[in-house]
Design a protein around this ligand. Structure first.
Ligand SMILES: Nc1ncnc2c1ncn2[C@@H]1O[C@H](COP(=O)(O)OP(=O)(O)OP(=O)(O)O)[C@@H](O)[C@H]1O
Ligand SMILES: [Mg+2]
Length: 356
């Protein structure tokens, strides 16, 4: 029997649940002339959701992971490569003639894989970016509008500190292309899109993604667990109690629990599965812990215990506040109705190794 849970990469049916309203909303939104910004903590399912919506529109799209972009020339090359993969080369190669900086485009005849590059230039690749972006607009047609998704968009400022200003200057002139910006670092993304001084201030509609609702996730788990247990409802409740409905960690834990039930493991299978997962991350957690400073550790313990670190009176509020900000920025904790440790397995590790 194949394990019915999946985690780590983008998911679609049969591993995709809920998000019905969000999906409908994004599809509808992409029919407008507006741009979309989607923010959530790490691994909530942004990329999966947007990819599903984009595929549903059946329109051409480019998907660019900004984390993988090394320089401005590289951004221009990756955009152009994605574009050449999306449209028939014969139909659009004509536009390349207008480029002021000539790209090198090669096709590997064995694999059909394209390689695209721009030589380093004195303007650090800005002309190349302008030319490629101009081409995006030209190939896009009103009845088959191009969608351009920038995943992990907050990394843009690591490519170049003026990149936001320069990109925005190009994009604001464009019509007939839908841009979608995804980001997992809440604070960086809000700095880019909600800070009045930022070039991308109010550039599009900002949407936040929450965890998957309890009842829906429970139904998803119950249906799949029933192949290995008669207490599927109980097990589903236990899994969700541990993961608080976090999409990724729920799938990760359900995967392990399902496996152990299939193998006929006895005793407390939940505990066993949690311990197994923690054991695989033990070294990483230890390294992470050693790199935290004293206040960070204090905050992580406080949040792990379910407390609000800011109200903790043991250290000055300003010290705690800046540690909370730093840890939120790095994604170790996030705020829903209260502060939470992003990774429930790390939380358990802290409670076991540091608090006990
Ligand atoms: N709708 C869903 N139903 C069930 N599981 C989901 C859903 N969306 C996401 N997941 C789970 O969460 C994992 C992460 O999804 P995804 O990579 O789309 O999230 P993300 O927010 O883009 O993450 P990152 O912050 O790493 O970019 C998936 O591998 C899957 O296990
Ligand atoms: Mg993603």
């Amino acid at each position: 029997m194949e394990n019915p849970f999946k985690f780590g990469s983008l998911v679609d049916a049969p591993y995709f649940t809920d998000r019905v309203k969000e999906l409908e909303y994004i599809i509808q939104f992409l029919k407008s002339e507006n741009h979309l910004i989607l923010i959530s903590p790490r691994r909530f399912g942004k990329s999966s959701l947007v990819r599903k919506a984009v595929l549903k529109t059946k329109r051409p799209y480019l998907w660019l992971n900004m984390q993988a972009v090394l320089s401005k020339e590289d951004l221009a090359a990756k955009l152009l490569k994605a574009l050449l993969n999306q449209y028939k080369f014969e139909k659009i190669k004509y536009y390349l003639r207008n480029f002021r900086v000539v790209p090198s485009v090669n096709m590997n005849p064995m694999t059909d894989e394209l390689t695209v590059s721009f030589q380093p230039s004195s303007d650090n690749g800005m002309t190349a970016i302008e030319d490629v972006m101009a081409m995006l607009q030209k190939v896009s047609t009103p009845d088959n509008k191009l969608i351009v998704v920038f995943d992990e968009f907050q990394s843009i400022l690591e490519v170049d500190k003026n990149m936001d200003k320069q990109l925005r200057a190009i994009m604001q002139e464009q019509i007939g292309v839908n841009y979608v910006f995804l980001g997992s670092q809440e604070s960086m993304m809000t700095d880019i899109f909600e800070c009045v001084k930022s070039p991308f201030y109010h550039f599009g509609m900002l949407m936040r993604l929450s965890k998957i609702p309890y009842d829906d996730f429970k139904a998803y788990l119950t249906e799949r667990l029933s192949s290995v247990t008669d207490s599927e409802e109980l097990v589903a409740d236990e899994i969700l109690a541990f993961t608080s409905c976090h999409p990724y960690y729920t799938q990760e834990l359900a995967f392990a629990v399902w496996n152990n039930l299939l193998l006929g493991k006895q005793g407390n299978v939940m505990q066993l599965s949690v311990d197994e997962i923690i054991a695989t991350h033990d070294l990483d957690y230890e390294r992470l812990w050693l790199n935290f400073n004293k206040t960070d550790k204090y905050v992580m313990v406080s949040v792990s215990m379910g407390n609000n670190p800011i109200q903790d009176r043991k250290l000055p509020t300003s010290t705690m506040t800046s540690a909370v900000l730093r840890l939120t920025k790095k994604g170790y904790i996030f705020r829903s109705d209260k502060y939470e440790v992003e990774d429930p397995f790390l939380q358990r590790w802290i409670l076991k190794n540091v608090v006990d």
